[in-house]
Design a binder for this molecule. Structure first.
Ligand SMILES: Cc1ncc(COP(=O)(O)O)c(C=O)c1O
Length: 463
């Protein structure tokens, strides 16, 4: 029941009172409250008090065409008037999602057979693991079910995918990972390579670790390996040359399927349409979400290769109808948004633009941050980059996590009109703006975060 006096409460009070926020300290939020964003245009966001911010993160690495795009808004509105919804269970379909599926499969970076639609990156990865298990059940290998992902990978937060995510903050308190999940190291030179190792040696070392794990577990028990082309939320970790080829060789040797999680990288973030293309990956299954609609409405698409699909199809005899799907699978509004979004990205050359602006952004970040006593590394690929903060560069030492340096810099950046994000497990600041970002907006983003860093460092306890 609506309570008396609600209209008199501020938006912040209402939010504190009724909204349960994801990835937020419950206690801190009840005391602090939310920054209420009420409008967006291009790379700019506006809060309820009229302040504006440059969004250096495109939301959560997803608003690729920028905020307030009327073409996408109009496509969604038109579709909602024509056919607002119909499901796709029991051989039902709708025209827009079928056209979208055709477009996705025919433009996939490697040959793919079908797409399965869902609503988020998490549910897509969850779906794919179920497909992998089904696949091995059809093949009569019920013991081949274990899953390998990487430390600092991010693959979602469902009961299953939280464990695939290799971040402690996603496991804590949730009994994750489930028992069939294993992790190997992230391909990050800064922390994982021995001093003086070449890329080839580092890659060989990582492939050896993967192979030893598969052999120790028993190859007959290992079903799939999941990896982002560039690990985004775990720190913007860019693999060394030859990494995926070395990993794939191991996976093929033990008949382990490869899932490429393109939720962030897919549809242009790396200045190429897909990370799979950029790194020459040959996945059996590929996950997309986020940039498929530029987050105007939720949508995910799980791409399935013929090798996998043909086995799944054999399952009908044994298991009957495929017992998996979501009410909103193949939602026509999401499909209409995706088609309009992909039209814009293609027509306006936004993937090429992401590559150009990305090169400018990386150069600017290097100019302003590299060489700083507390910057361990500046790295980037396409229009995604990170500045990793350290207590000391030589010897390389992290800040005490209790100081929450990255989080403080991100908060201070807001005071300078820039929204960046501090990534977990290292004090790393991320940059992943909309593809429509201008050079002068990049200058403002880089400058705002640099000032926030200096301000924050000045407040830290000495030593
Ligand atoms: C690579 C990757 N996979 C999966 C996910 C999960 O997507 P969602 O938050 O839509 O469930 C994310 C989210 O950031 C992601 O970055």
């Amino acid at each position: 029941m609506r309570e008396e006096g609600t209209a008199l409460q501020s938006l912040e009070d209402l939010d504190r009172r009724y909204v349960f926020h994801p990835f937020t300290s419950i206690r801190d939020h009840l005391q602090g409250g939310a920054l209420m964003i009420v409008e967006g245009s291009g790379c700019s966001l506006f809060d309820s008090k009229g302040n504006s911010y440059l969004d250096a993160m495109a939301g959560l690495w997803c608003v690729n065409v920028g905020y307030g795009n009327t073409e996408i808004a109009n496509a969604i509105a038109a579709q909602s008037k024509r056919l607002s919804y119909y499901h796709s269970f029991s051989s039902m379909g709708n025209d827009v999602s079928t056209h979208l599926a055709e477009r996705l499969v025919t433009t996939a970076p490697v040959p793919m057979s079908k797409v399965f639609f869902g609503n988020s990156g998490s549910d897509a990865n969850d779906t794919e693991i179920k497909l992998v298990w089904y696949y091995n059940n059809v093949l009569g290998r019920p013991e081949k079910k274990k899953l390998i992902s990487r430390r600092r990978g991010y693959h979602g937060v469902t009961a299953l995918t939280a464990g695939l995510t290799g971040l402690d903050n996603v496991h804590a308190g949730f009994d994750a990972p489930l028992p069939m999940i294993r992790h190997v190291r992230a391909p990050q030179r800064l922390w994982e390579a021995e001093p003086g190792m070449t890329d080839e040696e580092f890659t060989a070392d990582l492939a050896r670790e993967l192979e030893e794990l598969i052999v120790a577990e028993g190859p007959e028990t290992v079903a799939a390996f999941i990896a982002e082309p560039v690990q985004a939320a775990g720190g913007v970790i860019i693999p060394p040359a030859g990494y995926f080829q070395a990993v794939e060789e191991v996976l093929r040797r033990y008949d382990v399927l490869l899932i490429a999680d393109e939720v962030v990288c897919g549809f242009g973030r790396l200045g190429r349409w897909f990370g799979t293309e950029r790194f020459g990956i040959e996945p059996d299954i590929m996950t997309t979400a986020k940039g498929i609609t530029s987050a105007y409405v939720p949508l995910s698409a799980s791409y399935v290769s013929a090798r996998v699909f043909d086995v799944l199809a054999q399952g009908s005899d044994r298991f009957g109808a495929f017992g998996h799907g979501y009410t909103y699978s193949a939602h026509p509004l999401a499909a209409a948004a995706a088609l309009a979004n992909l039209d814009i990205v293609e027509r306006d050359g936004l993937v090429e633009q992401a590559a150009k602006r990305g090169a400018y952004m990386l150069e600017s970040l290097r100019e302003r941050f590299e060489g700083h006593a507390h910057v361990g590394e500046v790295r980037g690929e396409g229009l995604i980059a990170a500045v990793e903060l350290v207590a000391s560069r030589d010897p390389l030492e992290r800040f005490d996590p209790a100081l929450k340096v990255g989080g403080r810099v991100a908060r201070a950046s807001i005071g300078h009109g820039v929204i960046t994000r501090a990534l977990p497990e290292a004090d790393t600041l991320a940059f992943s703006p909309p593809f429509v970002v201008s050079e002068s907006e990049i200058d403002q983003m880089v400058d705002g975060v640099r000032r926030a860093l200096d301000e924050t460092l000045a407040t830290l306890p000495r030593g």
